[in-house]
Design a protein around this ligand. Structure first.
Ligand code: AMP
Length: 214
């Protein structure tokens, strides 16, 4: 099954993609995570991406599309994948379509993870990530049992530069300008199902399974 998670930054796409990935046993591919891993490893791609990410801007399509097209052709994607954070622009959606067309495949579902802006700002400003393993916590909704230490690996928890209030505002602007039009693009193809992301994670998996008719 080939699934895209759409939604504003901080709406909860990542958490939901991880739940669905585990349930369906297909890879969760997060372009944000791929860039963060490259930044951590000091790669050329990481250096290029970081300058955009820190400002809350999108990394240029030319740096993203080939990476994803290559990733979804890896053997572990044979039974499908969940894309989280890609596509984010119409040209990225076109590049994905072209890649899938070329192998006679198509998307099955586009899940729109929806939460109002106030909710998103609140969620992102409380988010903390482990500087070592990348695990994500929230000071209010999902705190680590060890305060500002990761209870999975013992690393220190930090606020990502792109979760800082001024960057969050910019990321939301960028979302409405460049990514929101994808909803209409996929709605025309009859692929979009919206899930409400304002509730807790308890009902998230059943909502997702309902959305994909599983
Ligand atoms: P995320 O963790 O998905 O919110 O992504 C963090 C940042 O990585 C974004 O704000 C962008 O700067 C960059 N990024 C992730 N995915 C993409 C994409 N598909 N296109 C462009 N930039 C991206």
């Amino acid at each position: 099954m080939k699934v895209i998670m759409l939604g504003a930054p901080g709406a909860g796409k990542g958490t939901r993609a991880a739940l669905l990935s585990e349930k369906l046993s297909i890879p969760h591919i997060s372009t944000g995570d791929i860039f963060r891993a490259n930044i951590k490893n000091g790669t050329e791609l990481g250096k290029l991406a970081q300058s955009y990410m820190d400002k809350g801007e999108l990394v240029p399509d030319s740096l993203v599309c080939d990476l994803v097209v290559d990733r979804i052709q890896q053997p572990d994607c044979e039974n499908g994948f969940i894309l989280d954070g890609f596509p984010r622009t119409i040209p990225q959606a076109e590049a994905l379509k072209e890649a899938l067309d070329s192998i006679g495949e198509k998307l099955d579902h586009v899940i729109n993870v929806y939460a109002p802006d106030e909710h998103i700002v609140n969620r992102m400003s409380g988010r903390r990530s482990c500087s070592q393993c990348g695990a994500v916590f929230h000071v209010e909704f999902a705190p680590s049992s060890k305060g500002d230490i990761c209870d999975k690996c013992g690393g220190s928890l930090i606020q990502r530069d792109d979760d800082k209030p001024e960057t969050v505002k910019k990321r939301l602007e960028v979302y409405y300008e460049q990514t929101y039009p994808l909803l209409e693009y996929y709605e025309k193809q009859g692929l979009v199902k919206t899930v409400d992301a304002t509730g807790g994670v308890e009902t998230a998996l059943s909502d997702l399974l309902k959305a994909i008719g599983a």
